[in-house]
Design a protein around this ligand. Structure first.
Ligand SMILES: C[S@@+](CC[C@H](N)C(=O)[O-])C[C@H]1O[C@@H](n2cnc3c(N)ncnc32)[C@H](O)[C@@H]1O
Length: 276
């Protein structure tokens, strides 16, 4: 079978399965099997797939057809300058979380060797991106999930970036500082919302990474005890909840509380500083 036909057939199957962007996904899967980029695939659409390539593609398309997230099917996903390994033990890093990293980097830009704590690190995306883009930062990353910490550890090895990983439950308070920055993308989906989410999220991503009531407030309270005076807290928040989280930070005594919108214009990052 030629690559062009493989893409057409996979597109049809993924569209029938209800995937959001069936052609893009099909092109990515065929490129992956052929070891090409998507633009190279466009130039090599007449290339014939070997039997082994056809079989490998069939396995991947069947997984995506079952609405498994494309990132898990590929086994890796891009986040800022990094390519991270991902599987069912961790949340797939999202584009809005790249803005969280941007805000963190702005907060620590002037510091020679900032001490950073990432709470609920999952794949290690935020912690590793900060270590990558502020090479003198000392980054500690914690998670309650041993499986997630294994993935984050593998990603530290894969990227060659040094971070410290610790198993930790954020409801016990946060690891002793003093930290210059505490960052978290905590679980913030309400239990009653989970059934309204797409199949990829609802049926495949770890519930413990998604669903959480009060985790955001617990991080904000805990951070006050471990941030140095003037240190910053940066939080990813659910769409529609930035006003509530900003108020909570005000009430806790954080100063200079601000929000940053994602590419769709929704406020998704809330930050503030511990008063000096
Ligand atoms: C929304 S995911 C964020 C993952 C990653 N930081 C990212 O942005 O892609 C939340 C993470 O918090 C972790 N988590 C959930 N409850 C926790 C708890 N009580 N203490 C520490 N980590 C927790 C989950 O295991 C998950 O990895």
């Amino acid at each position: 079978m030629k690559a062009r036909r493989a893409v057409d057939e996979a597109t049809e199957r993924l569209a029938t399965a209800g995937c959001d962007s069936p052609r893009v996904d099909a092109e990515i899967l065929v490129s992956h099997v052929l070891g090409l980029s998507r633009s190279e695939l466009a130039l090599e659409s007449s290339r014939k797939l070997s039997r082994a390539e056809e079989k490998a593609l069939e396995r991947l398309v069947a997984r995506r057809e079952a609405r498994e997230p494309l990132a898990y099917v590929l086994g890796e996903w891009g986040f800022r300058r990094l390519t991270l390994g991902v599987d069912r033990r961790v949340l797939v890093p999202r584009s809005e979380t790249e803005i969280v990293v941007e805000r963190c980097l702005a907060r620590i830009a002037g510091l020679a060797e900032p001490r950073v704590l990432d709470v609920g690190t999952g794949s290690g995306a935020i912690a590793l991106a900060i270590a990558d883009e502020h090479p003198r930062a000392h980054v500690t990353a914690v998670d309650a999930s041993a499986g997630a910490l294994e993935v984050a550890g593998a990603n530290a090895l894969r990227t060659g970036l040094a971070i410290e990983l610790r198993e930790w439950d954020l409801y016990m308070g946060l690891p002793a500082g003093p930290w210059d920055l505490v960052v978290s993308n905590p679980p913030y989906v309400l239990p009653e919302e989970i059934e309204t989410l797409g199949a990829e999220v609802r049926d495949w991503e770890p519930r413990a990474a998604l669903v959480g009531v009060g985790a955001t407030e617990a991080v904000a309270r805990g951070a006050l005890d471990v941030l140095r005076p003037g240190g910053a807290l940066v939080l990813e928040v659910a769409a529609g909840s930035s006003a509530r989280v900003s108020r909570a930070l005000d009430v806790l005594g954080y100063v200079d509380v601000t929000s940053t919108p994602d590419l769709a214009g929704r406020d998704r990052v809330v930050e503030g500083a511990r008063s000096s």
